[in-house]
Each structure stands twice: as structure tokens, then as C-alpha cells.
Design a protein around this ligand. Structure first.
Ligand SMILES: C[S@@+](CC[C@H](N)C(=O)[O-])C[C@H]1O[C@@H](n2cnc3c(N)ncnc32)[C@H](O)[C@@H]1O
Length: 446
């Protein structure tokens, strides 16, 4: 089968049964071999329909007599695909969007409803001719932003409470765009100039990222990452700019003992090893063996020797008391700062899952802080923008551990609020949302 819309429909059916969007997409891409252009269109339609689900459902609710939840599941998916193209894909001619959606309905169990599908899409087009916003939006600010930008109300509330209306709207917009790809150059085996010129010779453009000495951002869509020059030689690794900041904040030194307690798949572990000149010892701990296998592959590809893997729950690691110069806790989190990378993430997390994660983060922090020597450093980081997983975790830890204190970053980057934690707001800095804080153990606990 080579019809990209039909393949998108099959992937979306999997997502609605509970599959992760990227997993469902990979599965159909393996099964149905599509030419590059169709592959790109199909990917856009799947991720876009998942991301914009709330907005698309609101359109169905406005135009159809039956609400989206009452429509047959597959028909709702087909309508999502149709409305997504009409609302967000200006490059697709309107007639193609309408006709292919009607065809999808006919071919997938709804031959009797082609008139309904056609009518609904054309009704939307008539409204779009009359007004730049065909969708009727509620007065309530939270719901309005939630429907317009397709986020659950609770996420909008979390952002509004920290940012206010204008900045929240900018952040919502940012989170709905196609993610960029950043690289971190492995300074032990290459240099920024070498990677840049190898890429340019291969016709791939990159640009540096201000303040980040090892970072390059890819410009444009370049196909499979493994085919870019230097990948197999370990010249670089894919890592977003804001994730690169974390190891700089830790500032590891050659010869240090470092414990990375939630390490897999090793983006930050390998960065730490590079900054240490691969001299010293990094214990890379994680509870997920499949992710640790990736870490091992990454370390091998980057030709790093100083990393030792340990598998298990880092709330119970027994052997490291008072032994580390530095500990990194890159905690499991709700990922609210990276939702542009995971189309379905906004629908998977809930206020309850955030509370559970906050509890886990507190346990990980209080246990692993014991591993730091007096005078040593612990960096706590997450890729979420929820205070319950960030500021509140740190405040609770400091209240219970007066022999620890925050050290503000020595570099100037992002929103470094008193008392010194660094919060990267993606719409301000054009990189993933992150929170990180550097803590020093000033004396032994009593
Ligand atoms: C944010 S990811 C780490 C990303 C990694 N630091 C990097 O830069 O590539 C969080 C990791 O925590 C691990 N994790 C979750 N709960 C854990 C626990 N109780 N003990 C150890 N690892 C845990 C997950 O398996 C996941 O790999």
C-alpha cells in the first residue's frame, strides 16, 4: 500500500488503542515502504493529528450534531485527518484534502457517510472564508488557550500561573512546532570546525548555538541522522542545547568520581566523560536495562572508557556513601519541557502522574545526596516546567538538609531566578524546556 493518508490512518488507529505515536509510526514505516515525500507527509499527518487532537475535536463538536466522543472511533480519526489538513497544511490544496478524506471514509467502513464527511469539511471551509478563526472559542482563558493550542486545561493552568497570558500563548505556539535537532561535538575526537566543514561538504547546513561551546544546530530536514558525516566515528552525538547545559553546570574535572544516578541512554553521562577528558570514573546507574544497552552503545561509539554501568533502582544503591566528587540526578519527569518532541506526551501525563513523579524525585534526591563527599556537588535536573517537580523538590530537600546550599551557575543563561536555579523557558531561548540547579554539600550531615 502506498497511500500516505491510508497509512497515517492505520498508525493513528494504533495510537488511539494506546500505542506511543513514535512507536506506531515506526511500525507502519517498516511495513509500508513509502517514497520520501509521502513518508514526510504521513509523519506530519500522524504527529499533527495527535498533537492537535483537542482543537480538531472542538471543530467536530461545533459542526456535527453528535459530539466527537459519540462519533464512531475510526470516523473521528478520519475527520481529524481531514480537518488537520484544512486548518494546518496550507500546502495541501483544499480539494485534495476534502476528496482524500471522503475517500478514506469510503474505504474504511463508512461508504454511507461520505456525504456527511464532505458536508462537514465544506462547512468548515465556508466558515474559514468568512473569518480568520472559524472555531468558536470559549470566554474562559484556560479553556480558550487549551482549545486553540490543543493542550489539557491543567497544563495551561501550570503555565499561566508562572508566565501570565502573553508568555503562555508564546510557549503554547512554540510547543506545537516541529522540533529542531542539535548536536554536541565530541571534543576528544573532533572539533566544531571539523564537523561543520564535513557537514557543509555533504550539503548539510549547521549553525553554532550561542554560549554552548560544543553545540551545532542542524538547519533544515536532513533525513537519517546515522548517515551524517562523523556519526560512526563518534565525532558527535544528538543532544538538545539545553540538555548540554546540565553537564556544564556540574562542571566535572579530570580524575573526578562522578555518579550519574539516572543515566540512560547516556546523553549526559557521555558529555561528562568528554568534559573530564575521559579521565576518572563515572558510574552510570539506571533501572532500565534496555536504556542502559543504548548507553553502552553510545559510549562505545564515542570511544569513551571511563564509564561503568550499574543496573538497579537508584533509591536503593548502597555502595557509594560519601564517595563522589559529583552526583548528577537527571530525574525521571513529566517532560512538559519537551512536548514538541513527543506528540502524545500532553495527553499521557496528568496532575496525578506529576504528583507521583514529584514523590519519586524527592526520594531519589534524598538518597543520592548521601553519595556526595563533603564539599562536593550535586546537580538536579529535569526536562519539565512543573514547579512540583522542580522548585518544590529542591525547597523540600534544602529545608530537610541545612548542610546543603545552592550555588548559582557561573554562566549567564536563561532565567536564573533567586535563589539560583536555572529554568530554560523554550519560547525565550529556542531550546527544550529544562530546570537545573547546582547544590554544594557544605559539611557532613549530623
Ligand atoms: C530523564 S531520563 C535520563 C536521561 C539521561 N540522563 C540522558 O541524559 O540520556 C530518566 C531516567 O531515569 C530512569 N529511572 C526512573 N526511575 C528510576 C529509579 N527509581 N532508579 C534508577 N533509574 C530510574 C529511567 O529509566 C530513565 O532512563
Amino acid at each position: 500500500m502506498t497511500n500516505p493518508r491510508q497509512v497515517a490512518f492505520i498508525a493513528l488507529k494504533e495510537v488511539h488503542k494506546g500505542a506511543y505515536a513514535d512507536v506506531a509510526l515506526d511500525r507502519v514505516l517498516q511495513k509500508y515502504k513509502l517514497p520520501d515525500n509521502d513518508r514526510r507527509l504521513m509523519t506530519e499527518l500522524v504527529y499533527g493529528s495527535v498533537r492537535r487532537q483537542r482543537t480538531l475535536d472542538a471543530i467536530i463538536d461545533q459542526l456535527a450534531t453528535k459530539k466527537n466522543q459519540q462519533q464512531p472511533k475510526d470516523l473521528r480519526t478520519i475527520l481529524h485527518l481531514g480537518f488537520y489538513q484544512l486548518r494546518y497544511q496550507e500546502r495541501i490544496p483544499v480539494s485534495a484534502a476534502v476528496n482524500t478524506t471522503v475517500e478514506l471514509a469510503k474505504e474504511n467502513g463508512f461508504p454511507g457517510l461520505t456525504g456527511f464527511v464532505n458536508g462537514l469539511l465544506r462547512q468548515y471551509l465556508r466558515l474559514a472564508e468568512k473569518s480568520s478563526e472559524p472555531l468558536k472559542l470559549p470566554e474562559n482563558t484556560v479553556e480558550k488557550l487549551g482549545i486553540l493550542y490543543s493542550f489539557p486545561d491543567w497544563i495551561i493552568e501550570v503555565w499561566l500561573s508562572q508566565l501570565g497570558f502573553e508568555e503562555t500563548e508564546k510557549l503554547c505556539n512554540w510547543m506545537n512546532q516541529t522540533p529542531t535537532i542539535d548536536l554536541r561535538v565530541n571534543i576528544l575526537h573532533s572539533s566544531l570546525e571539523e564537523v561543520k566543514s564535513a557537514f557543509e561538504s555533504a550539503g548539510v547546513l549547521v549553525k553554532p548555538i550561542p554560549h554552548l561551546p560544543q553545540a551545532l544546530r542542524l538547519i533544515g530536514n536532513n533525513g537519517a541522522i546515522q548517515n551524517l558525516p562523523g556519526f560512526h566515528g563518534g565525532w558527535w552525538t544528538v543532544q538538545d542545547g539545553s540538555a548540554q547545559l546540565v553537564a556544564h553546570l556540574l562542571d566535572p574535572q579530570p580524575g573526578d568520581v562522578v555518579i550519574d544516578v539516572c543515566a540512560a541512554p547516556g546523553g549526559k553521562t557521555t558529555h561528562i566523560a568528554e568534559l573530564m577528558g575521559d579521565k576518572g570514573k563515572i558510574y552510570a546507574c539506571d533501572k532500565t536495562p534496555s536504556r542502559l544497552r543504548k548507553l553502552k552503545e553510545n559510549a562505545q561509539r564515542l570511544n569513551l572508557q571511563s564509564i561503568e554501568i550499574c543496573t538497579g533502582d537508584s533509591r536503593n544503591l548502597p555502595q557509594f556513601y560519601n564517595s563522589a566528587d559529583r552526583v548528577l540526578l537527571d530525574a525521571p519527569c513529566s517532560g512538559l519541557g519537551t512536548m514538541h518532541r513527543h506528540a502524545d506526551a500532553r495527553w499521557r501525563q496528568t496532575p496525578t502522574s506529576v504528583q507521583e513523579l514529584s514523590q519519586l524525585q524527592k526520594e531519589l534526591l534524598s538518597h543520592n545526596a548521601n553519595f556526595v563527599k563533603t564539599g562536593g556537588i550535586l546537580v538536579y535536573a529535569t526536562c519539565t516546567l512543573h514547579p512540583a517537580e522542580n522548585e518544590e523538590v529542591i525547597s523540600a530537600f534544602l529545608a530537610a538538609n541545612p548542610h546543603w546550599q545552592i550555588e548559582p551557575p557561573s554562566f549567564d543563561f536563561g532565567d536564573i531566578s533567586t535563589p539560583g536555579w536555572l529554568k530554560v523557558w523554550p519560547h525565550q531561548l529556542d531550546m527544550d524546556g529544562f530546570f537545573m540547579v547546582r547544590l554544594r554539600k557544605t559539611k557532613d550531615s549530623e
